[in-house]
Design a protein around this ligand. Structure first.
Ligand code: CAA
Length: 261
């Protein structure tokens, strides 16, 4: 691929958007390659993904402004759908996705990070939705996911003013879970991913689905969603082993890896 790298470290897959000379801006090719990379992830082996940008300056500086500058209304709508489809694939991807935000996360970059399950960032990270300054709305999910993550009041302020915020403010408003020195960011992401990967995979996937699907339902329906996904874990080998391990009073025993069965 030209702009997207994929590396496997144990049970963790690392996707890097690598278009450094344009600060990893998302053109159509990047979006298509990201989509293909996700389709290629071996879900029998990989238990968590990390998504990051190449270099030390930018995660993703937005959708490609050059490519968008001449679009018609219909083409603009189609470009929005193209981004939305890939980002929704990330959001509903069966395994967790951690965004390691290593610099600018503007426009489509902020939106890409918000389609991930968890966001951590470096101290130099900058988040924002600058679209109204370009004469457009956020178009890859920003008007929807930002309000859900930080509340409508803060989302509206960020989107209407187009003001960027730094890492400490992103942390304060709950847009990111943690801030690290740049040099420590990937190690922190890999540590978190490995911590997720060692837990029972069917249970982790069902947690993601229960949280995502439940947030789109009313509480009565959401609790039924939870009950079904909770029930689905029983009779799996990992459930039987995990509980038997807890109940075994032999202090010398060593926990075996979960089998994803
Ligand atoms: N699209 C296309 N090219 C971009 C880009 C983008 N979103 N962001 C940066 N680049 C390019 C620049 O044009 C420049 O290319 P050249 O070297 O060929 O001139 C290169 O990346 C480096 O950028 P700068 O020279 O501007 O770097 P800087 O350090 O001075 O500024 C920045 C960094 C503040 C991030 C600035 O590049 C910037 O403001 N970028 C645009 C950010 C933005 O508005 N993003 C939202 C896009 S709209 C969107 O995403 C819509 C949507 O919701 C789907």
């Amino acid at each position: 691929m030209e702009f997207v790298l994929y590396e496997v470290k144990g049970q963790v897959g690392i996707i890097t958007i690598s278009r450094e000379k344009a600060l990893n801006a998302l053109n159509s090719t990047v979006l298509e390659e990201l989509d293909k990379t996700l389709d290629g992830v071996d879900l029998n082996e990989i238990r968590c993904l990390i998504l990051t940008g190449a270099g030390e300056k930018s995660f993703v500086a937005g959708a490609d402004i050059g490519e968008m500058s001449t679009l018609t209304k219909a083409e603009g709508e189609a470009f929005g759908k193209k981004g939305n489809d890939v980002f929704r694939k990330i959001e509903t991807f069966p395994i967790p996705v951690i965004a390691a935000v290593n610099g600018f996360a503007l426009g489509g970059g902020c939106e890409l990070s918000m389609s991930c399950d968890i966001r951590i960032c470096s101290e130099n990270a900058v988040f924002g939705q600058p679209e109204v300054g370009l004469g457009i709305t956020p178009g890859f999910g920003g008007t929807q996911r930002l309000a859900r993550l930080v509340g409508p009041g803060m989302a509206k302020q960020m989107i209407y003013t187009a003001r960027n915020i730094k890492a400490d403010e992103a942390f304060r408003i709950g847009l990111v879970n943690a801030v690290y020195p740049q040099a420590e960011l990937m190690a922190a992401a890999e540590k978190m991913a490995a911590g997720i990967a060692k837990n029972a995979p069917i249970a982790v996937r069902n947690c993601k689905k229960a949280i995502n699907d439940g947030l789109e339902a009313d509480m009565d329906e959401a609790l039924v969603i939870e009950e079904k996904l909770f029930g689905d874990c029983f009779e799996t080998e990992d459930q039987k082993y995990g509980m038997a391990f807890f109940l075994d009073k032999n202090k010398e025993k060593v926990k075996e890896p979960f089998q994803n069965k």
